[in-house]
Design a protein around this ligand. Structure first.
Ligand SMILES: NC(=O)c1ccc[n+]([C@@H]2O[C@H](COP(=O)([O-])OP(=O)(O)OC[C@H]3O[C@@H](n4cnc5c(N)ncnc54)[C@H](O)[C@@H]3O)[C@@H](O)[C@H]2O)c1
Length: 407
C-alpha cells in the first residue's frame, strides 16, 4: 500500500471492485481506515470517493477471498548493492499460506528477469497449488511517476507478461479495467526486463548530461544553454536535464538488479555501472562548487550558514529515499557548515536532527542559498534575489538573468 499499491487500490475501487488493502505497516493501515492518504498523488477526497470499497488490514488471511492479488512491496538493495528480495520473499510466504485455487497473482515490484518464475512461483507453490495450473501468475511493471499529472494510470499503457498464455490473458483482462492500453509480452522475464530497460535508459541519459555539466563547469560553458539549444532539434534528441544526482526508489536502485543478474551470465553491464558512478558523483561536485563560491567570497565552509531549498528527490513530492539532497546535507555538515532547509513536502529529517523551517527564516543571514529541489509554489527568483550567493542546481532561475550561479 505504498506509492504503487495505493493508486492501484483506488483505481480498482473506482471501477466498483471491493479491494482488500494489505500492508505490514500498521500506521498505513490505520491511516487508510481513517480515510487519510499518505501518498501525494492520492488525495483524501479520492479515497473518500471510493465509497468504502477499500478495506485496509494487516492480515494476509483476508486475501483468501480475493480474485486477484497484486504484489507491490519494496525491492531495495542490500548495503552491498545487491538485490534485497527479503520483503518480496516475506510477502510471498504469507501469501502462500492463504492462496486459493483459481486466484490470479501479479507481481508489480521492479526486479530482475527471472524473479517471478524462479523466486515467487516456487514459494507460492508451497501452498500445494501449481503456478500456471491451479492459479495464474504474471508480472506487470508499474510505471507510476509520482507528481505527474499529464499521464494517468488509465492513459499509461501497461505491460503484462504471464507465466502461461492463460495467465497473461487473465492479467490482461484485469488491467484492461483500469488501463486503456495493455501491452502483452510473451513471458514474465520480458516484462521484468522492459521495466529495467526504461529505468536504465533514464539513468544512462541523466548520467550523460551530468557528465557534460561537470565538463561545462571546467570549460566555462553554460550546460543549460546547450541543453536548451539541443532540445530544439525536432527529431533524434530527447531532453534530459542535469541536476544534483539521482534519487527515489527506482533509478538509483533498479539498474543494479540487472547488473547483479548479468554477472550470473558472465556479463558486465558497463553502461549501468558507469551511469551509477557518474550520478553518485554529482552531490560531491555540487558541494565542491559551494566550497569554491564561498572561497571566492573569502569564506570558509566551516561555520558558513547554508540555506537549502528542497531536499526530496524530485519536485512536488516528499520522497527522500536516495535523495541527493540528503547527501549534500551530509557532506556540507561534515565540513562544518551550518545547514538549514525549507521543504514543505518534507517537514523533518529526524536522522539529521533537522526540521523544515519557514522560507524567510532559512534565507535570513544565509551565506549561500542552494536550490536543490525546485518545488512548485516557490518563487525561486525572489528567494535568491537578496542572498549574497546562490547556487541553482536545477536551472530554474536561468532565464531570469538573476545572480544565481547555475550548476
Ligand atoms: N514509487 C515509484 O514511483 C515506483 C514506480 C515504479 C515501480 N516501483 C516499484 O514498485 C515497488 C513498490 O514501490 P513503492 O514506491 O510503492 O514502495 P513503498 O515503500 O511506497 O510501498 C511498499 C509497501 O509495502 C509494504 N510492505 C513491506 N513488506 C511487506 C510485506 N511483507 N507484506 C506486505 N506489505 C509489505 C510497506 O510497508 C510499504 O507500505 C518497488 O519494487 C518499486 O521499485 C515504484
Amino acid at each position: 500500500m505504498g506509492y504503487v499499491g495505493l493508486p492501484l487500490a483506488v483505481a480498482f475501487a473506482n471501477e466498483g471492485h471491493e479491494v482488500t488493502a494489505v500492508d505490514v505497516d500498521r500506521r498505513k493501515v490505520e491511516a487508510l481506515r481513517r480515510g487519510e492518504s499518505y501518498v501525494e498523488d492520492v488525495s483524501d477526497e479520492a479515497l473518500a470517493q471510493t465509497g468504502g470499497r477499500i478495506q485496509a488490514t494487516t492480515r494476509f488471511a483476508s486475501l483468501a477471498k480475493c480474485d486477484a492479488i497484486l504484489v507491490c512491496v519494496p525491492t531495495p538493495l542490500t548495503p552491498n548493492r545487491e538485490p534485497d528480495l527479503g520483503m518480496l520473499v516475506g510477502a510471498s510466504r504469507e501469501l502462500a499460506g492463504v492462496l486459493q485455487a483459481g486466484q490470479l497473482v501479479v507481481l508489480e515490484s521492479t526486479t530482475y528477469p527471472g524473479t517471478t518464475r524462479d523466486r515467487v512461483a516456487p514459494i507460492l507453490s508451497e501452498s500445494g497449488l501449481v503456478a500456471g495450473e491451479d492459479f495464474n501468475l504474471a508480472f506487470s511493471p508499474e510505471r507510476v511517476d509520482p507528481g505527474r499529472t499529464d499521464f494517468t494510470m488509465r492513459t499509461t499503457p501497461k505491460v503484462v507478461g504471464g507465466l502461461t498464455p492463460a495467465c497473461g490473458d487473465r492479467a490482461e483482462a484485469l488491467y484492461s479495467e483500469v488501463c486503456d492500453t495493455v501491452v502483452r509480452v510473451s513471458t514474465p522475464e520480458a516484462a521484468e526486463l522492459t521495466k529495467l530497460l526504461e529505468n536504465i535508459f533514464r539513468s544512462v541519459n541523466i548520467a550523460l548530461v551530468n557528465e557534460l555539466a561537470m565538463l561545462c563547469d571546467r570549460m566555462g560553458i553554460d550546460i543549460w544553454e546547450v541543453v536548451d539549444a539541443a532540445s530544439t532539434k525536432p527529431y533524434g534528441f530527447m531532453r534530459f536535464d542535469p541536476g544534483p544526482g539521482m534519487g527515489g526508489h527506482c533509478l538509483p536502485v533498479d539498474p543494479f538488479y540487472l547488473s547483479w543478474r548479468a554477472r550470473e551470465f558472465d556479463m558486465a553491464t558497463e553502461f549501468i555501472e558507469l551511469a551509477g558512478k557518474i550520478n553518485q558523483q554529482m552531490p560531491y561536485h555540487c558541494v565542491a562548487k559551494v566550497e569554491r563560491l564561498l572561497n571566492d567570497a573569502s569564506k570558509p565552509i566551516r561555520g558558513s550558514k547554508i540555506a537549502i531549498l528542497g531536499v526530496s528527490y524530485k519536485a512536488g513530492v516528499g520522497d527522500v529515499r536516495e535523495s541527493p539532497g540528503l547527501k549534500i546535507v551530509t557532506l556540507l555538515t561534515s565540513l562544518g557548515a551550518v545547514v538549514a532547509y525549507h521543504d514543505a513536502f518534507v517537514p523533518e529529517l529526524p536522522e539529521y536532527d533537522l526540521r523544515s523551517r519557514p522560507l524567510e527564516d532559512v534565507l535570513d543571514k544565509a551565506d549561500i542559498v542552494l536550490i536543490v529541489t525546485a518545488h512548485p509554489g516557490i518563487d525561486h527568483d525572489a528567494a535568491v534575489a537578496t542572498a549574497p550567493l546562490a547556487l541553482d542546481l536545477r536551472g530554474v532561475t536561468r532565464r531570469s538573468g538573476g545572480h544565481a550561479i547555475l550548476l
